[in-house]
Design a protein around this ligand. Structure first.
Ligand SMILES: O=C(O)CCC(=O)C(=O)O
Ligand SMILES: [Fe+2]
Length: 347
């Protein structure tokens, strides 16, 4: 009897393993089949120097110090210095609970485990994205998929009310955190954060859930190609799998995952608004041959009409609207394969 039970349990386990790999297989996008021509004409990115990176600890800011009369001033200064020197920093004691982050991650995993065809059909409005449709070489291909969606409609990602609550709760926590950072960073410029906060609303801020499936050709394809973010500020919650790298003075630096930290990076709009003081730094995600990776990014974006103007003189960049900036970026990517970014808007 006992033997029968063990045999039957083993069979069940085997089946579960088969089911799991089948789920993973038919949920991942068909990268190889779709980009076959790029793989067969492999003028790949296998340039050793381009892939080299050093490991480095990002500046780490303990946000609980903002609540201490004695330490708040120095804490704000640390944020301003990190934005000026690095454009990237980590925050701990940020007030977003581990339990909320874990619930969000569970839901994210479930959403990506759906069959690929269902993801494409259910999100035909362009909020589900994968690969790089404009890629003309392997170097331009991102081996990843993402749900990219305005915070105000992020709820439609969730099927159940519990899941909707997780997304709501997460977005609210991110908005609060973002406002706090915006205030501090604006203060560092002698400006007021109200303009940014009033123009970056639930309808214009974005949530991006990223999934990087394991990749059989890690030396040849990025998880996410090098880019800067076209927003004011990004708050990123990554997992424990390495992959994120940023460009510091021409060298690629690997960001060591810290499970207690969120990562903050300055986007192009803050660089322009701060007249180049805060740095929107190029970053990328390396693909991994064995492990999949997940991350969630919250983008502090304004409405299309919002004007971006530096208050410092002489201004490095001319005044432009966010809509104009987005259009230019899209056009450059379509025509040249990559984003040109702020240099298009020099005064
Ligand atoms: O997944 C990551 O670590 C980075 C994601 C990212 O850079 C983005 O979504 O813009
Ligand atoms: Fe990014």
């Amino acid at each position: 009897m006992e033997i029968m039970r063990i045999v039957s349990e083993a069979k069940e386990l085997d089946q579960a393993a088969v089911d799991h790999s089948a789920t993973v297989m038919d949920s991942n996008p068909p990268f190889v089949a779709t980009y076959k021509s790029l793989f067969s004409s492999r003028a790949s990115m296998n340039h050793e120097a381009e892939l080299l990176a050093v490991e480095c600890d990002l500046p780490l800011v303990d946000l609980s110090r903002l609540n201490s009369k004695l330490e708040a001033k120095q804490c704000k200064q640390d944020i301003i210095t990190a934005a000026t020197e690095w454009g990237f920093f980590q925050i701990v004691n940020h007030g977003v609970s581990n339990s909320l982050l874990a619930r969000l991650r569970r839901q994210q995993v479930k959403m990506f485990r759906q069959p690929f065809k269902k993801k494409v059909l259910d999100f035909s409005d362009d909020s589900y994205r994968w690969g790089t449709p404009t890629a003309t070489s392997l170097k331009q291909l991102s081996w990843s998929e993402a749900y990219h969606i305005p915070v105000s409609s992020a709820n439609k990602l969730a099927r159940t009310s519990t899941n909707r609550c997780v997304i709501e709760e997460f977005s609210a926590a991110m908005a609060q955190l973002a406002n706090q950072l915006v205030d501090t960073l604006a203060e560092g410029l002698g400006r007021d954060g109200t303009y940014i906060k009033e123009n970056c609303t639930r309808n214009s801020c974005y949530l991006r859930l990223n999934h990087y499936p394991s990749c059989p050709l890690p030396g040849e394809v990025f998880g996410l190609v090098p880019h800067t973010d076209s927003d004011f500020l990004t708050i990123l919650c990554q997992d424990t799998v390495c992959g994120l790298q940023l460009n510091k003075a021409g060298r690629w630096v690997t960001v060591k995952p810290n499970p207690n930290a969120l990562i903050v990076n300055i986007g192009d709009l803050f660089q322009a608004w701060s007249n180049g003081l805060y740095k929107s730094v190029e970053h990328r995600v390396m693909s991994n041959p064995h492990l999949e990776r997940f991350s969630v990014a919250y983008f502090v974006c304004p409405s299309k009409e919002t004007l971006i103007q530096s208050s410092a003189l002489p201004a490095i960049y001319r005044k432009f609207s966010f809509g104009e900036y987005r259009l230019q970026v899209q056009q450059d990517v379509r025509l040249t394969g990559h984003k040109v970014g702020l240099t298009r808007f020099l005064a």
